[in-house]
Design a protein. Structure first.
Length: 304
């Protein structure tokens, strides 16, 4: 079994020689072997490869404690096979984009507080996702369809998303955007980011008495939730003749738990506590390029 100690921080050039030497010396002192770090990104991401049946818990604890105040992400990746994954599933809201799309729609009609409170409870797993979605969408009843285009024009794509999708596509992987959000936005992002596939919920639309298209306040069934995300992961793995070890999933909330628990690499990206407990990797100080560093890609191999 190969184990990789990965440290990363892309917000600042945080990783200096003192930090690198501490980790290298700690590894040598604990396991008795000198292991040189591999630079994945100058001052932003480094890894150490340790070949051993199990990773030493004392070693992990010492490094984690050392880095705890440094705003540097520390993760351990274990791999039996090639590290570069062949299938990526990515959540949309607060993962590929900065915003929560339903909250942003609510902001456009003056209902931000009511909707964002329900969103927060759902993301933390305090209320059922389907129940939360139905409640929030009902508040959009009779709103003009034009607010969907207004939202598309105002979203922000998270740093590293373009490079993540481009690099995985270039290396032959399939990339899937899978969201409890809505198709009007996932289809737009699929095109501009070049995802292989996209799946989401669909907002119902009808014509008002004056002939204008409006939202009905309902979602077409079945609703795409955490169980559906897992099902989509398994369907693509089967279709592509992959085992789940060859997959990587990323998200930020309770709705992503099942796909992240079952992926070869499950990543919590600025995630809620409930997801952090499930994920293999946790990124709080690293942008979405961290998913590439976790697979062993260096800056020279990343397609921008």
């Amino acid at each position: 079994m190969d184990h990789y100690i990965l440290i990363s921080s892309t917000k600042e050039y945080k990783i200096n020689l003192k930090i690198i030497n501490f980790i290298s010396n700690t590894i040598e002192n604990i396991i008795g072997i000198k292991i040189n770090p591999k630079e994945l990104s100058p001052q932003k991401a480094f890894e150490w490869k340790i070949v051993t049946p199990e990773i030493n818990k004392n070693l992990v604890g010492l490094i984690k404690n050392f880095l705890i105040k440094e705003n540097i992400d520390f993760n351990v990746i274990s791999s039996n096979k090639g590290r570069k994954k062949k299938l990526l599933l990515a959540d949309m809201d607060s993962t590929i984009i900065k915003e929560e799309s339903l909250d942003e729609l609510a902001k456009l009609i003056g209902l931000e507080k009511e909707v964002s409170r329900i969103t927060e409870e759902a993301m933390n797993g305090k209320i059922d996702f389907k129940e939360a979605l139905i409640k929030r969408v009902s508040m959009l009843k009779n709103q003009p369809v034009g607010i969907l285009n207004d939202l598309k024009n105002n979203i922000n794509i998270n740093i590293g998303a373009k490079e993540l999708i481009k690099t995985m596509n270039f290396n032959g992987a399939k990339t899937v955007l899978v969201s409890g959000g809505f198709t009007f936005l996932t289809e737009y992002l699929k095109i501009i980011l070049n995802f292989s596939f996209a799946h989401a919920n669909t907002l119902q639309i009808s014509k008002s008495n004056n002939g204008l298209e409006v939202l009905t306040g309902k979602v077409e069934l079945p609703i795409l939730d955490k169980k559906a995300k897992l099902q989509i992961l398994k369907q693509y793995a089967k279709k592509l003749d992959l085992n789940l070890e060859e997959t990587i999933c990323v998200g930020d909330g309770a709705n992503d738990i099942e796909m992240i628990r079952n992926a070869g690499l499950g990543v919590s990206y600025n995630g809620k506590d409930i997801l952090d407990k499930t994920a293999n990797l946790i990124f709080k100080h690293t942008n979405l390029k961290g998913l590439l560093y976790a697979q062993g890609y260096t800056d020279k191999e990343i397609v921008s």
